[in-house]
Design a protein around this ligand. Sequence first.
Ligand code: ZN
Length: 497
Amino acid sequence: MSDSYELLVAKLKRVHVLGTVAGLLGWDEQVNLPPDSADQRGEQMALLAELNHDAASDAGIGKLLGELENAPASLTVEQQVVVRETRRDYDRMTKLPAEFVAEKARLSSAAYHAWAEAKATSDFAAYAPFLCKHLALAKREATYLGWADRPYDYAIDKHDPGMTAARLTALFTELKAGLVPLVRAIAASPIKARTDIFRGFPVEAQRDFLREVTERLGFNYRRGRIDVSLHPFCEGSGADIRMTTRFDADNPLDSLFSSIHETGHGLYEQGLPLALQGTPLGQNAGMGIHESQSRLWENQVSRSREFWAFFEPRFREKFPAQLAAVSPEELYLAVNEVAPTLIRVDSDEVHYNLHILLRFELEQRLFADDLAVADLPVAWNALSQELLGLTPTSDRQGVLQDVHWSGGAFGYFPSYCLGNMIAAQLWFTVLKTLPGLEDDFAKGDFSRLLGWLRTNIHEQGRRYDTLALVLNVTGEELTPKYLLRYLQERYAPLYLK
Ligand code: ZN
């Protein structure tokens, strides 16, 4: 039986290596590719996608899985996890007819271009037919996988294993009840952060500073790097993590915090067990958990007083003239700016969750046939007013702002908010477990936090689903109360004094 297991692992590693090559080409496309080389890259990527699909849906994997599932007693607990999770991946890979996969790929490509054009001209009607088709395909996909009666749950489970719309509704309802009063109170506060105080920060010095910060947080630059791209991202796994950032001389905090965010993703990937790469035990536990890692470093850690106690003198050393007229309190308030915006990606961490609640509500209604695609802009604007207190003046600032739906990625947005809730729950757990942790930060030492995350989250791979992992690590079911407590403790002293 161990022969079957070894054979299975060998096949999985092959799929994994092909995936890493495709990932590297994708990274290169966004970081280095000359403008007229896109067609050639497209061919390379298409061939790799085909090879990857063939390797991942290899009938030999199905046969080995069948054998191993019939003899669970011969497997260790870890091996059982690998078989269970591989089955999940394999079914998703093989239960979709080839013509369906091709149809979805064609639609996604066409819908992306239609979305980009519709966004540029703020013309939702031109994009709506593509969205209708994507919605129909999403329901068909759920049917192929055996979720015909719960297509939206299927979409959510794809990103966060085990999560359901009903569970999210309960979590988000409680979150909203606590969040809206806090947001309204901060909006009414006369205290406002000033971000126009940051002007003329040379890119080279910004690059040096963020390198120092991310290295201190624990990112291993011998197994990864950071480059520049239009939109920051983190790609790769195990021994080769590629992060990107972007620079704006008049907005150094954007570059710094997006780099810290990607570093959180990168630390997670670097902490997955290298020896188990290719198997589910060497892979991340889902989108919500991944996002909890980026948010924890970006928000709980790097917006703290202790973090800035250590890094502010270094920041000033790099930019003495630019910061000469900025007081420590002005700097700290700018780091923790709260101001409503229509655009999700520009949002501060207090408002951010409301942007997600809006999208979750609309996705639910779309899947329940409770809302027609044509009526989406009106519904979006009404919810935007209700939650954010702002109504978009064009669809570009509203329903057309995100790329996700053009790729058929429904059920993806909730992961961001889940990530915020999980990050806060982990945060209060680690503060209790490791006394004096924040004092470490003031000394520039983040190693105890990273070590705790390594043991409790990173090294677990895909052993547990989202909710079970949170329960195991924190001793409590996932709840929004820690996110609410964190936001209250961070922002009330700044804005509501
Ligand atoms: Zn992220």
